[in-house]
Design a protein around this ligand. Sequence first.
Ligand SMILES: Cc1cc2nc3c(=O)[nH]c(=O)nc-3n(C[C@H](O)[C@H](O)[C@H](O)COP(=O)(O)OP(=O)(O)OC[C@H]3O[C@@H](n4cnc5c(N)ncnc54)[C@H](O)[C@@H]3O)c2cc1C
Length: 426
Amino acid sequence: MQGARESQTVLVVGGGIAGITAAVEIAETGYDVVLVEKTASLGGRVAQLNRYFPKLCHPACGLEINYQRLRGNPRVKVITLATVTAIAGERGRYSATIVTTPRHVNARCTACGDCAKAATTQVPNAFNCGLDAVKAAYLPHPMAFPMRYVIAPEVAGTAEGQAILAACKYGAVDLEEKPTSFELTVGAVVWATGWKPYDAAKLDSYGYGRVPNVVTNVEMERLAAPGGPTGGRILRPSDGREAKHVALIQCAGSRDYNHLPYCSRICCLASLKHAAYVREQYADASVDIYYIDIRAHDKLEAFYLKLKADPQVRFVKSKPASITAGEGASPVLHGENTLTRELYDSAYDLVVLATGMEPVATGAKLPQGLPVDDYGFVVPGLDEETGLAAAGVASGPLDVSMSAQSATAAALKAVQAITAGAGGRA
Ligand SMILES: Cc1cc2nc3c(=O)[nH]c(=O)nc-3n(C[C@H](O)[C@H](O)[C@H](O)COP(=O)(O)OP(=O)(O)OC[C@H]3O[C@@H](n4cnc5c(N)ncnc54)[C@H](O)[C@@H]3O)c2cc1C
């Protein structure tokens, strides 16, 4: 990197709530930011949530405020469908290799939806965890940023692709678009690559994927969401029956040395929220929460106590041993109540596994390697020598407000790194 010029631009990798927050905070301080997001739209996992605990407000509110800040700030350049594959250099003069995947739709798109009308092929809907399908010309989700369609690669080179091209009166469809790779010079990097759900199929005795009507907590968010596969009604995936008798299993794989040894901090709160979803929909519903201990940190204790006061929400101190398929596609939980010592074999309409958050690997070749802890989370502190910082769940299990706080801290660290020795703003 000898001779590369000093840069005061910050690269933010990952466009979830943490990456978006870091990007707008840096830009509003007066520095240029490039925000790179792997998927077709910003928002990350938060966009998939139905509501936020504890107030049960809609995540779109929190995201939309940040989108407004992004729209109004020319200092932020957003690149979607892109990843960083390598970074070389040093603080003040990093060279980042960015690789993009074709969207096949350019900035002329008005999101009118004519392309989707011309499409016939269905592809799995990743936003709804594959619980339903979308047309091969699709909007990633109703609150997508940018609000722009995507043409699935499956149809790009086909007669259907040509029909989609012909249907667009704005000239926005580009079937010839190819992957690109380019270099970017930046002064500092914020890693905000977030989390993925722990793979429930690894919890062999819980039968996920094998026993009908066993879903994960992320799938539950989509089952309850108006834009989800069931239009927001909590129904059983196997037969569409109303799920009124529901079991929520805490620490499914978490705090377990065979799976995730740590606590993801948010699962208890997320399950309490899921109990609230079910109770809100069905007056005669009953929810059983199987727990080791409930971890409702700081002021979120009040949310726990509210749900605990509901006589139709029962807390069972037990980690179920196994789940089997019962009559009428009803999953049956087997285990022991550790307070009463009673053995149970309890059937439910639906079982939700509270799987934890696992860090997403950065996937990039790095000059000196990012320091990661024993669990793969990036160590958040940025030392001014490297100009590399971490924000949000990339740095450890956090809820949304904590992710935003850590992003603000990372933004400040990044600004300090690009101004160190440079006498302030260029
Ligand atoms: C079931 C469940 C319910 C929850 N409910 C709540 C709630 O009600 N309230 C609350 O406060 N918290 C809740 N949380 C926690 C919340 O989801 C996280 O705090 C939040 O997602 C953290 O945001 P983030 O930006 O750090 O990560 P993410 O949301 O994971 O965003 C990371 C982004 O980075 C992108 N990315 C990843 N790798 C790359 C790469 N190599 N290059 C470019 N981009 C990349 C991803 O595509 C993604 O868009 C819940 C969690 C779970 C599991």
